[in-house]
Design a protein around this ligand. Structure first.
Ligand code: FNR
Length: 360
């Protein structure tokens, strides 16, 4: 029973039981030594809270605003590939859960349901995540379809000129299924002698020449605001401002791309300082507790995105599992705010004095 689950991490155990090893490893794994994958979680755990007491917390305001859209809590759904490998209803179930929780789902380019299907499955505010392939007509096609279907923003993933080396996928001979958004445009079938064809497929398709100059091109094909996902330094945050990004997502792709990058929570403050208050800064990577969300807000994030826990919820319990994951994080955040003496996520934002680094 979903009701017996009391923390988000328990869903990982259930997902492991529910999924074939190949798929579980694909979702759970990271690049190479998985150093960054682990650090994303561990660095949250180093941060200690310094609560204030005797604050009236009889009512807590959790909602926030992202690019003009109000969401019930500062917790959104990160773009992750191929939800139908986790559950037959795939992204449609995830999108319905996002709608029920009144949050924003970012649909992955590599989804197992099409932009149109997901858009019409519910009335949630949705953003579309874009990879840019060498065949630029594919980006044009998908961005225009997303815009026409009612997506409110494009999230350009910037950390994937090539695919990170995910050794579990190679060992398991993980194969890319046909990506739904690409049906009629191209096939994902690529021969590989490396076990998995993920790396070969990505290296054949992804455009490694994509650069800051191309943001002008992307802007020329859409009227939607463009967020840049995968920023980890103040230098790149500044560049993102210069090219007119509407938002920044501090992300290391959940430790799946370049290993030994810092945990996202460790670089959040630096990025927020570079951006000032010009555009929202979001963060993903390792968010597993309401206290993690609280820490990210205190260090300047407007909201966080959650990747793997959503997939684990989906694998274990379908739409209800995703709802449960999102509700648990929201409830934990609310409790954390009450116990720490903050009644509004807006007041909390940038109150970095409430968190302190605790060397282990
Ligand atoms: C991802 N991520 C990702 N990012 C993206 O921009 N496009 C994508 O298609 C995917 N696909 C994907 C698949 C899987 C299985 C995972 C785990 C991750 C990265 C994702 O958006 C996000 O950055 C991380 O998942 C955040 O870390 P946590 O929450 O999983 O720790």
């Amino acid at each position: 029973m979903a009701d017996e689950i009391v923390s988000v991490n328990e869903f990982q155990v259930l997902a492991r039981q529910a999924l074939p090893k190949m798929y579980y490893d694909f979702y759970a794994g990271g690049a190479e030594d998985e150093h960054t994958l682990k650090k994303n979680v561990q660095e949250f755990q180093r941060i200690i809270l310094q609560p204030r007491v005797l604050v009236d917390v009889s009512s807590i305001a959790m909602s926030t605003n992202i690019l003009g859209y109000t969401i019930s809590a500062p917790i959104m759904i990160a773009p992750t590939a191929m939800h139908k490998l986790a559950h037959p209803e795939g992204e449609l179930a995830t999108a319905r859960a996002a709608a029920a929780c009144n949050t924003i789902m970012i649909l992955s380019f590599s989804a197992s349901a099409s932009v149109e299907e997901v858009a019409s499955s519910c009335n949630a505010v949705q953003f579309f995540q874009l990879y840019v392939y060498k065949r630029r007509d594919i980006a044009v096609n998908l961005v225009q379809r997303a815009e026409k279907s009612g997506y409110k923003a494009i999230v350009l993933t910037s950390d994937t000129p090539r695919l990170g080396r995910r050794e579990a996928d190679i060992k398991n001979k993980m194969i890319v299924p046909q990506l739904k958004n690409l049906e009629g445009l191209m096939s994902t079938a690529v021969a590989s002698d490396k076990g998995s064809n993920l790396e070969a497929y990505a290296n054949e398709t992804m455009d490694p020449s994509l650069s800051w100059r191309d943001i002008a091109w992307l802007k020329s094909i859409t009227n939607l605001p463009i967020l840049i996902k995968g920023i980890l330094t103040r230098e790149d945050a500044t560049k993102a401002m210069e090219v007119g990004a509407a938002g920044i997502i501090v992300s290391n792709h959940g430790g799946r791309q370049l290993d030994y990058t810092p945990a996202t929570i460790s670089v959040l403050e630096e990025v927020v300082q570079a951006v000032g208050r010009k555009v929202p800064v979001l963060l993903d990577g390792g968010v597993r507790r309401g206290t993690d969300v609280f820490k990210a807000l205190a260090l300047g994030a407007q909201a966080v995105l959650v990747g793997r826990p959503v997939i684990y919820g989906l694998a274990a319990k379908g739409e209800a599992g995703v709802r449960k994951v999102m509700h648990m994080l929201k409830d934990e955040l609310e409790l954390t705010m009450a116990l720490a003496g903050y009644r509004s996520s807006r007041i909390l934002k940038l109150h970095s004095s409430i968190v302190s680094d605790h060397p282990m």
